[in-house]
Design a protein. Structure first.
Length: 336
């Protein structure tokens, strides 16, 4: 009994610097059974100490084992099954039996190699993407702590500054670089001031629309827009957009005069509009251009009329001499 207790104390002292995949899934008493009969070939003596040192080298300090175990959330149970499936048969084989250290080395190294190969076949974590958001699917299993390393980021993302000219289209995308659960929901909110305080926002839409679009921006659209992504009523991330609408060059026409009111409709849906006739697609030029065109047409018309009148008058007063002589003789003949 004292020997078994000493073996457990020795195992704890060897692994006290940190845990490992081996320690996460193999109990200390099982390791004691494994190391009971190791014989150091060089000295022909039984040494549990040499066995624990071998386990520490093959499993605990081998970076390939640690990296292979960096699986995604929910895969740690399968990881445990793989390791125990390789180590437990060796424990049963060596229990209360003496074997040379070379036999231990070959069996344990083969178990570690097979664990690495099979563990890499499990789903990998996506990893953490700064700077914000609760990224549950990005958690990575860590054999050094026997638990998942979560992404420790704040929910609120740094605000994005957007400047757009009046009457121009602007779009805001509620996108994140990390994976989202399939049941996510998006809530869009708005406030007229530049802030990130939650109590200043009013809810605009609720749904799954990642895009918030304003087809024709006006000064009253300026303010802060917030999109918050939920899953099972838990907030995952909040993204902010500070929108500033500045005066722009007059376009001669404005599209969708009540676009902001329409953007407030549920799920970002806009009222269905009937298709316009073909002639409605023709855009008229501005008033200044119309004035220039009409003035040019009138001037051209007056010039044309002037040329016609001048030509007619010139032909009338400049009658050729032969025609005048013939006309004079006819008049004299008739008089005689």
């Amino acid at each position: 009994m004292c020997g078994f207790g000493a073996a457990l104390l020795l195992l704890g002292s060897l692994f006290c610097a940190g845990l490992s995949c081996y320690q996460c899934f193999i109990d200390p008493d099982e390791s004691a059974r494994l190391c009971w009969g190791l014989i150091v070939t060089e000295h022909s003596t039984r040494s549990a100490d040499a066995c624990y040192t071998m386990l520490d080298r093959i499993f605990n300090k081998e970076q390939k084992v640690i990296d292979a175990a960096k699986v995604g959330r929910g895969s740690d149970a399968v990881l445990k099954e793989i390791l125990r499936g390789e180590v437990m048969p060796i424990i049963e084989q060596f229990d209360q039996k003496m074997n040379n250290d070379t036999v231990y080395e070959a069996e344990l190294q083969a178990a570690a190699d097979k664990f690495i190969t099979m563990a890499y076949g499990l789903p990998r974590a996506s990893g953490c993407f700064p700077p914000c958001g609760f990224q549950a699917l990005g958690a990575v299993y860590n054999c050094l702590t026997c638990q998942y390393d979560t992404c420790e980021f704040p929910l609120d993302c740094p605000p994005q500054e957007i400047t757009v000219e009046e009457n121009n289209r602007t779009q805001m995308w509620c996108k994140v670089p990390f994976l989202l659960p399939s049941d996510f929901q998006i809530v869009w909110r708005y406030t007229e001031v530049k802030t990130v305080w939650l109590d200043r926002f009013k809810e605009v839409t609720v749904g799954v629309d990642k895009l918030y679009s304003i087809p024709s921006a006006r000064p009253e659209h300026s303010g802060t827009y917030q999109c918050e992504i939920f899953s099972e009523e838990h907030s995952l991330v909040r993204i902010y957009f500070h929108l500033k609408v500045v005066p722009g060059v007059s376009q001669g026409h404005a599209e969708l005069q009540d676009v902001f009111d329409q953007a407030l409709l549920p799920a970002g849906q806009f009222p269905l509009k009937l298709p316009r006739p073909p002639f409605a697609l023709v855009r008229l030029p501005g008033p200044e251009l119309l004035t220039v065109c009409l003035t040019s047409l009138l001037l051209l018309l007056f010039l044309t009329l002037g040329v016609l009148v001048w030509t007619f008058y010139k032909r009338k007063i400049h009658v050729p001499a032969p025609e005048l002589e013939s006309h004079r003789k006819r008049c004299v003949f008739r008089t005689a």
